[in-house]
Design a protein around this ligand. Structure first.
Ligand code: FSA
Length: 432
């Protein structure tokens, strides 16, 4: 039997470890609802480079193979359009397609996702149009002059992207205005979870500087890094990464790309409209993701953790990004790929988040398993965590702590095979 969690009140001390999407959304919801004693720890200032959300932009879309997430994403899209979040969302539309050489798995997944939205009443009329030729895409997005030979799929107008890092900064600033204490640097870098002598109750964390932060509830929101603090969680989440790169446009090139929908070719990659301020286009490669398994000193078991020593992106991802550019915006073929990095996520079986009290321990909650599809939930995710804290339990079955489910390697909405990042050839050459 799990321990009965002690109830919380508005003045309970709540320690949130990690100032990324889940951590800041939790702090924001609690603070907006009148909680007065919230501390957020992170080893860096917001936007933390250790957060997957620290990115120019992230996809916001509601189609999912699993309609459970469709409903949540629709709720989030509504919130993104409220004055609080509106400066950080762009509903430019979303082209979701597969290329001629795509595996049938990607086509099946795309079709299933479309079924979750095509007759959904929440979508404005005429939100969707089919893509069977490149001309169908160009009709909606004339700036995509490339061949897109054999691309099929659809365009969803009720989708787009969030200006990710800026949205996190906004959330952090509002948290701070509402009295949330944000501690960064070595004082905010949690290295150990602290328990009562009997080990039945979590009392907070110790940080790299030696400081201890105690609280009645500790909420660990460390994304891909969670395994470094709670190695036991490796049974259910696996740190995996994907390649990100950018191209620099001039102001006039950016202008010509203005309003471009998010283009996501499931077997190549995706990219966004150029950023307003920097005129950079962010591009990502699609694939099954890269792990980084290391031996865990404590248990001797293998654990995937974000690598700190990797420079650049895998060569095969660079090639995917090159192909994506050549297929869609060939006028930028030859443009240098800059700001290249791999983005680490916390991947769970069935891509289900994990938001629950740690069994057998009072006062310790984990919020993890973003599975690469959590950013869009920034405006609402904290509400789910608040509900768990207040109820003293997770009642949504799929988000419970799982004892024996290993993060799956074969995720239906991804193509390719998971590889360990140490086994792949990295591209150090930045020219296309
Ligand atoms: O919710 C979204 O549409 C974001 S998916 C972006 C992505 O790069 C995935 O394509 C990838 O498979 C992984 O989940 C990381 O996030």
């Amino acid at each position: 039997m799990p321990p009965i969690q002690s109830p919380i009140s508005k003045d309970s001390s709540i320690l949130i470890v990690g100032a990324g999407v889940f951590g800041l959304s939790t702090a924001l919801h609690l603070a907006q609802d009148g909680y007065t004693n919230i501390t957020v720890l992170d080893r860096e200032n917001v936007p933390s480079p250790y957060s997957a959300g620290n990115d120019l932009n992230k996809i916001v879309r509601a189609e999912y193979e699993d309609p459970f997430y469709t409903e949540l994403a629709l709720d989030a899209i509504k919130k993104w359009q409220t004055p609080f979040w509106a400066p950080y969302i762009r509903l430019t539309g979303y082209v979701l397609a597969t290329s001629a050489s795509s595996p049938s798995k990607a086509r099946d997944s795309l079709h299933k996702s479309f079924l979750s939205i095509n007759t959904h009443p929440a979508f404005p009329p005429a939100s969707f149009s089919p893509v069977t030729t490149a001309q169908d895409i160009r009709h909606a997005a004339p700036m995509l002059e490339g061949p897109m030979e054999g691309w099929t799929g659809y365009i969803n107008k009720y989708a787009g992207y969030a200006r990710a890092a800026k949205a996190l900064e906004h959330a952090a600033a509002v948290c701070s205005d509402l009295g949330v204490k944000l501690v960064t640097g070595d004082d905010g870098y949690a290295i150990e979870v602290l328990y009562t002598a009997a080990g039945k109750e979590c009392i907070g964390v110790k940080t790299k500087s030696g400081t201890t932060h105690t609280a009645s509830k500790t909420v660990i929101c460390l994304g891909a890094h969670i395994g470094t603090l709670l190695p036991g969680i490796a049974q259910q989440v696996t740190a995996k990464s994907w390649a990100v790169a950018h191209i620099q446009l001039t102001a006039s090139e950016a202008e010509a790309m203005r309003g471009c929908p998010v283009v996501n070719c499931r077997d190549l990659g995706f990219f966004f409209e150029p950023d307003d301020d920097t005129h950079k286009i962010k591009l990502c490669a699609n694939g099954a993701g890269y792990t980084n398994y290391v031996s865990n000193a404590g248990s001797g078991k293998k654990l995937s953790v974000p690598s700190t020593s990797i420079v650049g992106i895998p060569r095969e991802d660079e090639n995917l990004i090159k192909r994506l550019i050549a297929e869609t915006i060939p006028r930028f073929v030859g443009r240098e790929l800059i700001d290249r990095f791999i983005c680490w996520c916390s991947d769970a079986a069935n891509s289900d988040y994990v938001i629950d009290f740690v069994p057998g321990c009072g006062g310790l909650v984990v919020v993890t398993g973003d599975s690469g599809h959590a950013f869009k939930m920034l405006p609402i995710a904290g509400k789910w965590v608040q509900q768990v804290l207040e109820a003293g339990m997770q009642s949504t079955r799929r988000w419970k702590w799982k004892v024996s489910v290993k993060g799956s390697e074969d995720i239906s909405w991804r193509v390719g095979h998971v590889q360990d990042i140490k086994d792949v050839q990295m591209s150090k050459v930045t020219k296309l």
